[in-house]
Design a protein around this ligand. Structure first.
Ligand code: NAP
Ligand code: MG
Length: 401
């Protein structure tokens, strides 16, 4: 059988520890035997980031802008311990943060559904995607611990020195205050990414804030979404047979736990942080959660939602057997290949991605899975496989299909 040809390369961002081991195994077992793989390779492993003073991360993001689709392995975000262990020149920033800042993106996270690994919310038959705005609000706030009685005010000074003042509170005693912000530009690109993503997966888009209480701040989000929808997306949504729905965050929370799923749920930064943990843990495992960063101009970067699985890597280094779940990393590859196929009009590549994902699901449903899933499945006659044998089992399923 001839290998599937690619016309445009994927941007490949290699990473660290156990996921770096899985990365190579996935390519060897599941991708290169079938696809004449074309990638532009960037080594985001911590050692190479340090050698290039993190320039490689910037270059990989710029390449993603150029080609449109990237696939990223999990990477270490250095802390003080890592600086010591790796003898780093600097405590380099989170690669995801750097890439996000360059691509100006929104993060979409979706759990992978498999029979026998049931969500705790019984009505969920289809996955819910969380679209998280990744800029501002409480994540870029300023806080003051108020020591005693006094007056707190919000002050904005424009470029001409003109002031706008608003009373926050007349303190009778100690307390706390917090200042936070967002920008129209960032909210607009968040909205755009959500509309584009909903169209690309042909699912309803739900968006919620607390605009009844936050009449200026949250209301601005609501208005920006609505204005952009009316101006640029209404017709496209109608043509695709999907809807855009705005309501209050409490209303969405109440509806979500009694619906069947299959929606994109757009969340402000904090809501997305909290709700994506709720959705992923309600669905079983971090290793079954996909993640894609989508920029407002339709650039896509696929990855797994979990980290580099350090504990398993140290076992691997000691020569011990590991049973690390590669599903989310495989889906990062298939997601990127499918998107590349769509952009290049390469049907074969899209079909390959669909079939490989089907093989992953079929393998697990046949009772062959890694330890994390074996511990929670409702299936009987389950075999817990090691990292490599799980990939070999998927390959065998794929070949049989
Ligand atoms: P982690 O790598 O996600 O692992 C935490 C634990 O979750 C593991 O010890 C393991 O539990 C379980 N787990 C996660 N993925 C698994 C998989 N594929 N298969 C089986 N079990 C899995 O998080 P972490 O240990 O907090 O972080 C490790 C490193 O990853 C850090 O340096 C951090 O900076 C980095 N990180 C990177 C990203 C990214 O690049 N997107 C995201 C998060 C963290 P058991 O040990 O109980 O088996
Ligand atoms: Mg969180």
């Amino acid at each position: 059988m001839d290998k599937i040809k690619m016309t445009t390369p994927l941007v490949e961002m290699d990473g660290d520890e156990m996921t770096r081991i899985l990365w190579q195994m996935i390519k060897d077992e599941l991708i290169t035997p079938y696809v004449d793989l074309k990638t532009e390779y960037y080594d985001l492993g911590l050692k190479h980031r340090d050698e290039t003073a993190d320039q490689v991360t910037v270059d990989s993001a710029e390449a993603t802008k150029k080609y449109g689709v990237a696939v990223k392995c999990a990477t270490i975000t250095p802390n003080a311990q890592r600086v010591e262990d790796y003898n780093l020149k600097e405590m380099w920033k989170s690669p995801n943060g750097t890439i996000r800042a360059i691509l100006d993106g929104t993060v979409f996270r979706t759990p992978i559904f498999v029979n026998g690994i049931s969500p705790n919310v019984k009505t969920w038959t289809k996955p819910i995607t969380i679209a998280r705005h990744a800029y501002g609000d409480v994540y870029k706030n300023t806080e003051i611990r108020v020591p005693s009685a006094g007056k707190a005010e919000l002050v904005f000074t424009d470029e001409n020195g003109q002031e706008v003042r608003s009373l926050i509170h007349e303190f009778k005693g100690p307390g706390v205050i917090q200042g936070m912000h967002n920008t129209d530009a960032s909210i607009t690109s968040f909205a755009k990414a959500c509309f584009e993503y909903a169209l690309s997966v042909k699912q309803e888009l739900w968006f919620a804030t607390k605009d009844t209480i936050s009449k200026t701040y949250d209301h601005r989000y609501k208005d920006i979404f609505q204005e952009l929808y009316d101006a640029e997306y209404k017709e496209k949504f109608e043509k695709s047979g999907i809807t855009y729905f705005y309501t209050l965050i409490d209303d969405v929370v109440a509806r979500v736990v009694r619906m069947d799923g299959g929606i994109v749920w757009a969340c402000k930064n904090y809501d997305g942080d909290v709700m994506s943990d709720m959705v992923s843990s309600a669905c079983g495992s971090l290793a079954m959660m996909t993640s894609v960063l989508v920029s407002p101009d339709g650039v896509f970067e696929y990855e797994a939602a979990h980290g580099t699985v350090t504990r398993h890597y140290y076992k691997h280094l000691k020569g011990e057997e590991t049973s690390t779940n590669s599903v989310a990393t495989i889906y990062a590859w298939t997601g990127a290949l499918r998107k590349r196929g769509e952009l290049d009009g390469n049907q074969e590549l899209q079909d390959f991605a669909d079939k490989m994902e089907a093989a992953v699901v079929k393998t697990i449903e046949s009772g062959k899975m890694t330890k994390d899933l074996a511990l929670m499945t409702t299936l009987e006659n389950v075999t817990a496989l090691n990292s490599e044998d799980f990939l070999k089992a998927i390959k065998a399923t794929f070949d049989a299909m």
